[in-house]
Design a protein around this ligand. Structure first.
Ligand SMILES: CC(C)(COP(=O)(O)OP(=O)(O)OC[C@H]1O[C@@H](n2cnc3c(N)ncnc32)[C@H](O)[C@@H]1OP(=O)(O)O)[C@@H](O)C(=O)NCCC(=O)NCCS
Length: 190
């Protein structure tokens, strides 16, 4: 087992800091969401690959919500960690904070969760080292990651259900027994 404080013990964590420069801006003058998504993916890739010691690919990323704009000139830090391992997959969480260099204020702008899968030289999924949390924070993150994993499976099942063809005589998932045909959703009677 890795000794706490050694490089191996920290192999599940990664931090990357980037200055937001004017070439990263959108039409509103703030940082383009796509730029942040690219860095998020790079950080998740690096964290997962270094942890697994083998190439990893992005299987999915959960809902990303940009609650507040990130401004040009701010220093953005991406703190990533492996929160949970399956057999070949890993959940990597990324916490994004921004620092205003002039006013020295720090904001937590968003967090998101990637599912990465480790691949062997033949391009097939391979087993990853099982993650054993050591601190209370790591255990909390692993517990939350388990719950998110269940939620993803639930969303998968529900999404497959949504994709099923809708029978002709149903409106919004309810069977029409009135004989009046489909309900009108527009056109207010005079
Ligand atoms: C990731 C990839 C290799 C998985 O292939 P696969 O045939 O589904 O492999 P497996 O069935 O062995 O599953 C691998 C892992 O992914 C998980 N997984 C696969 N599909 C999943 C899904 N829909 N939801 C959640 N987990 C899923 C499996 O549970 C397994 O994890 P585990 O071993 O920890 O239990 C394949 O989907 C792929 O190559 N995707 C493209 C990745 C890529 O190129 N990303 C960059 C963006 S284009």
């Amino acid at each position: 087992m890795a000794e706490p404080g050694t490089a191996d013990a920290d192999r599940h964590r990664l931090s990357m800091t980037i200055l937001m420069t004017p070439d990263m801006s959108n039409f509103a003058g703030n940082v383009h969401g796509g730029i942040l998504l690219k860095y998020l993916d790079q950080v998740a890739y690096t964290c997962a690959t270094r942890y697994a010691r083998t190439y990893a690919v992005t299987l999915s990323v959960d809902q990303v919500v940009f609650r507040e704009p990130v401004h040009v000139g701010e220093l953005v830090t991406f703190d990533a960690s492996v929160n949970r391992t399956g057999r070949t997959s890993m959940e990597v969480g990324v916490r994004v904070t921004t620092q205003d260099l002039v006013h020295q204020t720090v904001r937590h702008t968003n967090s998101c969760y990637f599912t990465m899968v480790a691949l062997g030289p033949d391009g097939r999924p391979v087993q990853v080292p099982p993650w054993h949390p050591r601190t209370a924070d790591e255990r909390r993150r692993q517990f939350a990651a388990e719950r998110r994993s269940e939620l993803r499976r639930e969303i998968d099942r529900t999404t497959r259900g949504i994709k099923q063809p809708v029978p002709e005589d149903t409106v919004a998932g309810q069977k029409d027994t009135s004989g009046a045909g489909p309900a009108r959703t527009h056109g207010v009677p005079g």
